[in-house]
Design a binder for this molecule. Structure first.
Ligand code: PAF
Length: 282
C-alpha cells in the first residue's frame, strides 16, 4: 500500500493506476478504523479493481465544543489494517495540505444540512461536504463508499454529487454491529463498561420501532412515542433526537407505509452516539 500525503502525489498516483475499464473505489475515513470501516473497504475491493482510502480528521466538521482534540487517532494500526485488506493507496494529508492558508470556499448542501445531526451540530455537514468534495476532486473515484450508520451524511453526500454533476457512484454499506447490537463507531472507545451498557438503549429503541412496524404500526408519532419510552427507562442517556424521516430528503414523515429512515442520536455522558434503521414495507 502506498501512503501519500500530498494532493499532487495522490492525483498522479490515482490517474497513473487506472487502466481503461477499471473502476477506482474510494473509502474516505477519519481513521480509528473498526470493522465498520473495513466492511466499506471490502465492499470497495469486491467491486473495484483499485481501492484508495483516506485518513483525515477533518477539523471543519467539528464544532468549537466538540471532540476534535481527543478524537481517537491510531495511524500505525490503521495502516496495518488497510494493508491487510490490500488497499492500494492511502491518502493521509495534513490539515495545511487540505486547507491552505486563506481558504474560504465551502460546499454546502442547503436545507438537508440543517436536519437531524445538522440541527444539533451546526456547520457539521458543511465541513463534511467540503472535505468530501475536495477528496473526490483529488482521488477522482468512480465509486465512493460510506457507512449507512451516518444516514444523514449519505443522503447529503448523494445530493451534493447529484447537484454538482460529480461522476461518482455513492455506495452506502450496511451498519456493522457488535454482538449485542451496538453500532460500530470510533467514538465507542470513549465509553467505559457501564456507559457501553447504557448505550444499548439506542439499538433497543430502534428494535422496538422495528417490532411495532412488523406488527403493522404505520403511525410515526406512535412509533416515536414507543422509542421515547425506552429512553425514559434509561435516564442516564440523554436523547438528542429520535426522528422518522424520508431517507432521501430527511423530511419528517407521519405515515411510514412507504418505508422510512428511523434515526436516533443520544449522549452517553459526553459521548454523542448515533444509530438508525430503515423501515422497508414488505
Ligand atoms: O464519515 C466520516 O468518517 C467522515 O465524515 C468523512 C466522510 C470521512 C469526512 O470527513
Amino acid at each position: 500500500m502506498r501512503i501519500l500525503t500530498t494532493i499532487s502525489e495522490v492525483r498522479a498516483a490515482c490517474r497513473g493506476a487506472r487502466s481503461p475499464g477499471e473502476c477506482l473505489g474510494f473509502v474516505p475515513t477519519m481513521g480509528a478504523l473498526h470493522d465498520g470501516h473495513l466492511s466499506l473497504v471490502r465492499a470497495a475491493k469486491a467491486s473495484c479493481g483499485i481501492v484508495a482510502a483516506s485518513i483525515f480528521v477533518n477539523p471543519t466538521q467539528f464544532g468549537p465544543n466538540e471532540d476534535l482534540a481527543k478524537y481517537p487517532r491510531s495511524f500505525e494500526r490503521d495502516c496495518e489494517l488497510l494493508e491487510r485488506e490490500a488497499v492500494d493507496l492511502l491518502f493521509a494529508p495534513s490539515v495545511e495540505e487540505m486547507y491552505p492558508q486563506g481558504a474560504v470556499t465551502w460546499v454546502t448542501v442547503e436545507e438537508l444540512s440543517g436536519k437531524l445531526d445538522g440541527r444539533s451540530r451546526p456547520g457539521h455537514f458543511r465541513g463534511v461536504t467540503t472535505v468530501v468534495a475536495m477528496l473526490c476532486q483529488i482521488v477522482e473515484p468512480d465509486a465512493a463508499f460510506f457507512g449507512q450508520k451516518d444516514a444523514a451524511q449519505v443522503a447529503i453526500v448523494r445530493r451534493m454529487v447529484r447537484d454538482l454533476h460529480m461522476p461518482i457512484e455513492i455506495v452506502a454499506c450496511p451498519i456493522v454491529r457488535q454482538a449485542d447490537g451496538l453500532a460500530m463507531s470510533s467514538r465507542n472507545s470513549y465509553l467505559d463498561a457501564q456507559q457501553r451498557k447504557q448505550a444499548l438503549v439506542l439499538y433497543r429503541s430502534l428494535t422496538r420501532v422495528s417490532e411495532l412496524f412488523n406488527r403493522g404500526e404505520r403511525n410515526a408519532a406512535r412509533l416515536i412515542a414507543a422509542a421515547r419510552k425506552e429512553f425514559a427507562a434509561e435516564s442516564s442517556v440523554r436523547l438528542d433526537y429520535f426522528e422518522i424521516v424520508n431517507p432521501e430528503n430527511l423530511d419528517a414523515v407521519e405515515d411510514v407505509s412507504r418505508g422510512a429512515l428511523v434515526a436516533v442520536a443520544a449522549y452517553v455522558d459526553t459521548t454523542r452516539l448515533i444509530d438508525n434503521i430503515l423501515l422497508v414495507p414488505r
